[in-house]
Write a protein that binds this ligand. Sequence first.
Ligand SMILES: [Zn+2]
Ligand SMILES: [Zn+2]
Length: 206
Amino acid sequence: MIKVVMLPVGLLEANCYIVYDDGRTDAVLVDPGAQPERIERELDRRGLNVSAVLLTHGHFDHCNAVYAFAEKGAKVYLHSSDEIMTRTRLNMSELTGEPFRSFVPDVLLTDGNEINECGMTFTALHTPGHTAGSVCYALGDKLFTGDTLFRFGVGRTDLPTGDHRCLERSVRDILFALPGDREVYPGHGELTSLDFERKYNMFAEI
Ligand SMILES: [Zn+2]
Ligand SMILES: [Zn+2]
């Protein structure tokens, strides 16, 4: 059975998720954005080691602890269009003034890529709009949406490479068009579900 542990980290409380198949000792991290020691403590308590880091996009609040896990050999996945954010101020770290710890992604994703890690298969769905390289990761009935989709909301589009109409298309035509309901694990705030957002989100079809 797949387990998901949510850890809001850093000043902007970005949700870092530890994802693992119960009974195994390897885990995937989605968006380790800050506080690597705290993430490590949670992993240690569960006897887990990180094999892979999946990034929903290149903003600093989702990426600034990647270095700590990359140093230990975790494989880092990021969409190709956000790669530039790993080494430029486009990652917006100046919003809080925290120094950015750059890193080099191992795999640059494109839409539809399957990621096999730790006995799980994730599918990367390219959902541009919050940033050009934003992706959501589908894993069975779970969906990790980063800053594309929140409970009652969507990500801002006023930062570099943001595009409101593009985000609207991504949410309506890609996420809401997925079959069935999904548990939604957003990049900030509370958990939600696709059916809930299909009804109450600002991009809900009326
Ligand atoms: Zn963001
Ligand atoms: Zn964010």
